[in-house]
Design a protein around this ligand. Structure first.
Ligand code: PLP
Ligand code: CA
Length: 310
């Protein structure tokens, strides 16, 4: 109870907080690595946590890699071995959602990456795309004549570097044809992907918004801060929220999901968030902003190492 404090997790408190947890959920980019470079000391810290018997899971909004690709990246960067079932990417979670929500044999029209298609295949959801939409004619108005697959009962939007107006047309046509019976699912709403040097590229949220705007309806979002991603972890491992720590670098995804699911939340400053942003939320009276404040913070998860010493 009481307002969250965002206290720095020093060695002594860290020992107590980690001792009371049996599972840690790690956001990936900005926490474990930045792009292709591991955060210094992060692999060693996770190695010690694994050696201490903690269950380590990985929760990422990035829909452009499969679970298998994440286990390979973890291995390559020196993190303790992980099995695909410990990885909860938004591509896998979206596939899992559609398998459960679609009637047998129904297909999804996909704006996304080959990884998203691979995860759908792995759980047995038929899909069209990704790939270029057929263009039966030179003008956008002709595109409304492109054939529609009768099996499609869902539109799924993930990170799609080949997003196009033609695909947006097809997505809208499926949603108009199916009406409310056609599902509209987005992997995540991250608005930007920050790059080194203060620049950024548009995130999947921009693509989801485009389809939502065309269809004039709201997508179901699989990724953080929606609790669906946490529910996937629970159904795989039956974890206890009160003994689980969510570690993330982003307030409106990682920390918000952790707080709303009853987890202990730990912010790390190796990613997109500064302490000044947290302070702004903390000083506000708005309950929605209070729910963005983590329980604890560290400069880097490498700071957990002293608490894990033998
Ligand atoms: N979406 C895409 C396409 C990304 O490339 C990334 C980060 O690299 C993310 C989302 C955010 O991922 P995470 O939730 O691991 O921070
Ligand atoms: Ca992140």
């Amino acid at each position: 109870g009481g307002p969250r404090r965002c206290r720095r997790l020093e060695a002594e408190a860290a020992r107590a907080v980690l001792g009371a947890a049996d599972t840690l959920l790690f956001d990936c980019d900005g926490v474990l690595w930045r792009g292709e470079a591991a955060v210094g000391g992060a692999a060693a810290a996770l190695g010690r946590l694994a050696a201490a018997g903690k269950r380590l899971c990985y929760v990422t909004n990035n829909s452009s890699r499969t679970r298998a690709a994440y286990t390979e990246k973890l291995r390559r960067l020196g993190f303790p071995p992980a099995e695909p079932r410990h990885v909860f990417g938004s591509a896998y979670c979206a596939a899992r959602y559609l398998r459960q929500a679609l009637p047998p044999g129904a297909a999804a029209y996909v704006l996304g990456s080959p990884a998203l298609a691979a995860e759908l295949e792995a759980v047995g959801v038929p899909h069209l795309g990704p790939g270029p939409a057929a263009l039966p004619g030179p003008a956008p108005a002709d595109w409304a004549q492109a054939p529609l697959d009768p099996a499609v009962r869902a539109v799924l939007v993930g990170f799609d570097e080949h997003f196009s107006y033609a695909k947006l047309c097809q997505a809208l046509r499926y949603l108009l044809r199916g009406g409310p019976d056609c599902l509209l699912v987005g992997t995540n709403r991250d608005h930007r992907l920050p790059l080194e040097g203060g620049t950024a590229i548009p995130g999947t949220g921009c693509l989801v918004k485009a389809v939502e705007t065309a269809a004039q309806r709201e997508a179901f979002i699989v990724g953080k801060p929606n609790r669906y991603m946490f529910d996937c972890v629970v159904s795989e491992f039956n974890i206890d929220p009160a003994r689980t720590i969510m570690v993330g670098d982003r307030l409106d995804t990682d920390i918000l999901m952790g707080n709303s699911c009853g987890l202990t939340t730990l912010l790390t400053l190796t990613g997109v968030t500064t302490l000044d942003e947290v302070k702004g939320h903390q000083e506000s009276d708005c309950p929605a902003r209070q729910s963005l404040v983590p329980d604890y913070y560290v400069d880097s998860i490498a700071d957990l190492l002293p608490a894990l010493g033998d």
